[in-house]
Ligand binder design. Structure first.
Ligand SMILES: [Zn+2]
Length: 480
């Protein structure tokens, strides 16, 4: 069975056909590094991780995965200019506005990468994390191409995309079936984010305001000082790194309009090419049944949840257990349930490794095929996991013979290449697995120079009655 994916462009589940045989190029709209990522953002990245791992494991694709870093937009500029948003670890602000922007956003880029590492992402799975400010020249070139084709114009030192003209040339609103009831030709929107009701000409290049980072841009004989619009950034990075068209573009459902709609318009109006063949969007995350918001007090970053005692790998498993196109309701009970399920799977794997007597009578191949077929069917993780738990409920690891156990361990090895939640090393009997996990995370946090987190994890370990000592090989854990 081939892999099938829901494509927002066609609004149908389609068989995935790569552009180049055996290869899948994926671009994921990444974080805007103005603050810590919240768990709604993190869900979107986890869904992309699930997609790319599934392509690799179930069909052997070579995956080229790019996730951009938005380091220039309305939000990063606002926080860079807010002295109270600066942290002591960031270094000092200088008179160089662009250097300040880089300094501030580098901090949150590193923090983001720490977060996703803790969530079980593997850095070697990424081809590139391009930063928007490294692609400014390409952005200027794309604006010129769009203007040469007649779909951009300058006004007040900014350059706008002419949606009025473009909607007659191509269908604007493919992803989100826009109606143009409120559309008035020539009406412009300058902000990076706007609502569906505000469909208007959007900004490609924004004239500099006081105190903002800016670059020079020669446009139709005028020197325009300013900076790129957010939507333009992705169009350029994906073209320069992956070339167009590439296979799959991922992002949260909130990016369908205007961000992705505008990406399509820019690529087609400028480069003359549809950017991607498949648009992959995940649904929203809610918290305890409510929209997550700072004002409701239910706004969480990963570090908030670690402080509350949750293990990031349990959060990973909880989120992956829901289908990516369903709303995911984050609750502490759900993470607790995911934690129990994960421990059950882990114990089962340890039983497979340590057991050595039994009978070979179970058909692992049939079960394994069913499991992976659910994943191939638009990444249906709930059905796949349902299949797995039914199987382990009916087939105890301790009665299996050697051949069956080997087959099961092979299954779990593939399972784990996708889910990334299990360990195959037998634990030290005196030290609980969760303590070992915390110690491993602390080492990773230290490597990433995230000393706050490393300290927090050390305290967590102490609270559980153990002490961690650094050694040349890594660490040792002893009872307090
Ligand atoms: Zn994007």
């Amino acid at each position: 069975m081939p892999i099938k994916l829901y494509n927002t462009l066609s609004k149908e589940i389609e068989v995935f056909k790569p552009i180049k045989r055996g290869e899948a190029k994926i671009y994921s709209c990444g974080p805007t590094v103005y603050n810590y990522a919240h768990i709604g953002n993190l869900r979107a990245f986890l869904c992309a991780d699930l997609l790319q791992r599934t392509l690799k494991v179930v069909d052997g694709y070579k995956v080229i995965w790019v996730m951009n870093i938005t380091d220039i937009d309305d939000k990063t500029i606002k926080n860079v200019n807010d002295d109270s948003a600066w942290k002591p670890e960031m270094g000092t602000k200088s008179n160089d506005i662009i250097a300040n922007l880089k300094e501030f956003t580098s901090y949150y880029k590193d923090e983001f990468q720490n977060d996703i590492r803790l969530l079980g992402f593997r850095m070697d799975h990424f081809h590139d994390f391009p930063r928007a400010t490294d692609y400014i020249d390409g952005m200027k070139k794309l604006i010129v191409l769009i203007a040469d084709n007649g779909f951009a114009y300058e006004s007040g030192g900014s350059v706008y995309f002419n949606v009025g003209k473009w909607k007659d040339a191509d269908k604007y609103g493919k992803l989100k079936n826009l109606d143009f009831d409120n559309f008035r030709t020539g009406e412009r929107v300058d902000s990076d984010e706007y609502e569906r009701e505000q469909v208007s000409d959007f900004v490609l290049w924004k004239a500099k305001k006081d105190g903002e980072p800016s670059w020079e841009f020669e446009f139709e004989g005028k020197a325009l000082i300013g900076r790129p619009g957010w939507h333009l950034e992705c169009s350029v990075m994906e073209k320069e790194i992956l070339d167009l068209p590439f296979d799959i573009h991922t992002g949260g459902i909130d990016l369908q309009f205007p961000h992705h709609e505008d990406e399509i318009a820019q690529s087609k109006a400028g480069y003359g090419i549809e950017p991607t063949n498949y648009w992959f969007h995940n649904e929203f995350l809610q918290v305890e049944g409510q929209k997550m918001s700072k004002s409701s007090g239910n706004f969480y970053t990963l570090r908030d949840l670690i402080e509350k005692g949750l293990d990031p790998i349990d959060i990973r498993f909880a989120m992956l257990s829901a289908h990516y196109r369903s709303k995911y309701n984050f609750t502490f009970d759900d993470v607790e349930a995911a934690s129990k399920s994960r421990k059950r799977l882990q114990k089962y794997v340890y039983d497979l490794i340590s057991n050595n007597v039994g009978h070979d009578y179970i058909d692992v191949t049939l079960f394994s095929e069913k499991f992976f077929d659910h994943l191939k069917n638009d990444l249906h993780t709930p059905k796949a996991l349902g299949e797995l738990f039914t199987f382990i409920n009916q087939n105890s690891a301790v009665v299996m013979g050697k051949n069956t156990r080997d087959e099961m361990l092979e299954f779990f090895s593939e399972f784990n290449e996708i889910f990334g939640i299990l360990s195959f090393e037998m634990p030290d009997e005196d030290i609980p697995e969760e303590v070992t996990m915390l110690a491993k995370k602390r080492i990773e946090a230290k490597k990433a120079k995230n000393f706050d987190l490393a300290d927090m994890l050390r305290i967590e370990i102490n609270n559980r009655g153990f002490v961690i000592k650094d050694t040349a090989e890594g660490f040792e854990i002893e009872k307090l």
